[in-house]
Design a protein around this ligand. Structure first.
Ligand SMILES: Cc1cc2nc3c(=O)[nH]c(=O)nc-3n(C[C@H](O)[C@H](O)[C@H](O)COP(=O)(O)OP(=O)(O)OC[C@H]3O[C@@H](n4cnc5c(N)ncnc54)[C@H](O)[C@@H]3O)c2cc1C
Length: 484
């Protein structure tokens, strides 16, 4: 079986030496730094579940490419059933981790790469697809973790890319020779890349004539010469750095959604890992195919898992406070459940309505309309759920004393008494659940969920392209017997 154990995954990370910076300092070891460790833990869990009889059906599937069982996050879907399974895996991993499974963007980018290299080879006579298959087989048989990078800083949005004074605000090809290409620029907001084995790099946007050097897609080992990771650092990172005991935190093991800027300072990519180079008309296809896959899960069913954690915490607080009969809280919980189920339904509909794209390629992609509607719903639903949780959880969500006080002999009795709410539950449990709600509602997740997989306008632009009003017009006219 082509599956690594969690221990083998951790060992494999010791072999790679990414250049990582956080909070003004070099991270010497991503396995021991408390913040980068959360990414290692999240990816490691995906290896554990794949070998666990209870979860193996969620986390693994059969790959016809290497004729073996592989981790679902290295597989390219060949049917709507497999898309549905991936959508459901997104809910599972999100509710178990309360953060990203950092192999997700890699999975989505493989779908885009698979479909578009196949199409380019067919239409242009290029030879990208066999190279992609060779790389994908290697990823599957070695059970590698792969991150995905599209987002770029970009220059003034008022100008076209070639008019930017700094040409490297979008990742650019700077050299090409018989062995490969050299690229320079940066990707930003990239989830968990430093604790992966490879990064799949795709264009962020459509490109046009004159922008051939920006029309690039490739894969690279995370520690290739010239790559530097500059990690996010937030109040939550500082809290983790300073905690005496990680149990004090809202998500002790898996933390926040960790990202970094990924700098490419003249990075060499051998031709065998280059999957798009200059065919600018196809850049948009890489982007839209990635987006429709990513929006089904990251923009859809994954957030269902996050919502499960929030709803569970709210229900516990309701019970701790003896508010089970408070009508408005029961209504708020019901509203949260309705928002969650609508999010799940849209994500699953994107999977069920998926189809082979392009026809004959063998790869299945989710439905574009439902995938975008899914993300659009989730953007607003998540803020609403955060607001409802804020009401149910009370002001303590933002005024909570440190859990350290439970061990402080000077005040522990006070805290135990007054934050126990006279309930049967210990104050420690009430404080921990409140801390979980702080993590969800008073931190990074609102904006993170809005922008991850693209902000609302990005979905609206895609929806404008796919909505078919002709049928609706015909129905209206038919109802009124209007003939023209
Ligand atoms: C937690 C998290 C994880 C992420 N992980 C990844 C990852 O693994 N890989 C990856 O590639 N990306 C990742 N992203 C990036 C994510 O996809 C982007 O943040 C998102 O697409 C928005 O892009 P931006 O952040 O550059 O914001 P902007 O594009 O600057 O958007 C800000 C606002 O400006 C508007 N705007 C932008 N451009 C225009 C324009 N031309 N005309 C009019 N309005 C415009 C937008 O609609 C929005 O309202 C992640 C983001 C987050 C928050």
């Amino acid at each position: 079986m082509a599956l690594m154990t969690p221990e083998q995954f951790e060992e494999s990370l010791k072999e790679i030496k990414p250049r990582v910076f956080m909070n003004g300092k070099k991270v010497e070891n991503i396995l021991t730094n408390r913040n980068t460790r959360t990414v290692v833990e999240a990816n490691k869990a995906s290896y554990k579940w794949a070998l666990d009889p209870k979860y193996k059906d969620i986390m693994t599937c059969f790959s016809p490419l290497i004729k073996d069982v592989v981790n679902r996050y290295t597989h390219v879907s060949t049917s709507t059933d497999e898309l549905v399974a991936k959508a459901q895996a997104g809910t599972f991993t999100a509710e178990m981790l309360g953060t990203c499974i950092y192999r997700c963007v890699g999975y989505d980018s493989f779908h885009s790469l698979y479909a578009t290299t196949w199409e380019m080879d067919k239409e242009l006579g290029t030879e990208y697809h066999p190279k992609l298959l060779k790389y994908l087989k290697m990823v599957q048989s070695k059970d590698l973790s792969v991150a995905g990078a599209l987002t770029e800083a970009r220059g003034s949005r008022k100008q076209k890319t070639p008019d930017w004074p700094d040409p490297f605000l979008s990742l650019k090809l700077v050299d090409k020779n018989k062995d490969g290409i050299v690229v320079k620029g940066a990707k930003i907001n990239i989830s968990g890349a430093f604790a992966s084995h490879y990064i799949n790099v795709l264009p962020q946007a459509a490109h046009y004539k004159g922008e051939e050097d920006y029309a690039i897609a490739f894969a690279t080992p995370v520690d290739a010469d010239g790559i530097t990771y500059i990690c996010q650092y937030t109040p939550y990172s500082a809290e983790r750095d300073q905690a005496d005991d990680l149990e004090e935190l809202g998500n002790p093991v898996f933390g926040q959604r960790e990202t970094s800027m990924v700098i490419f300072d003249n990075v060499f990519i051998p031709w065998e890992r280059v999957f798009h180079c200059g065919e600018y008309q196809y850049s948009v296809k890489f982007v839209t195919r990635f987006a429709k896959t990513h929006r089904m899960t990251c923009g859809g069913t994954c957030k269902v898992g996050f919502m499960n954690q929030i709803i569970g915490a709210c229900k516990l607080i309701q019970e701790y406070k003896g508010l089970e009969k408070a009508t408005h809280i029961n209504e708020q919980l019901m509203e949260m459940v309705a928002l969650r189920e609508t999010s799940r339904a849209c994500g699953l509909a994107a999977a069920y309505n998926g189809c082979e794209e392009p026809k004959g390629s063998g790869v299945f992609l989710p439905d574009e309309l439902m995938g975008n509607v899914s993300k659009l719903n989730v953007c607003n639903a998540f803020w609403r759920i955060m607001a409802l949780a804020g009401d149910i959880g009370g002001g303590l969500i933002v005024t909570l004393p440190s859990l350290k006080e439970l061990k402080n002999p000077d005040v522990k009795d006070y805290v135990t008494e007054y934050l126990g709410f006279g309930s049967d539950a210990p104050a420690e449990n009430i404080m921990k659940v409140t801390k979980l709600l702080q993590n969800w509602t008073a931190g990074l997740h609102g904006v993170g969920t809005w922008h991850g997989a693209g902000p609302v306008m990005a979905q609206k632009i895609m929806l404008q392209r796919v909505i078919d009003y002709e049928h609706d017009k015909w129905i209206a006219k038919r109802t009124l017997n209007i003939k023209d």
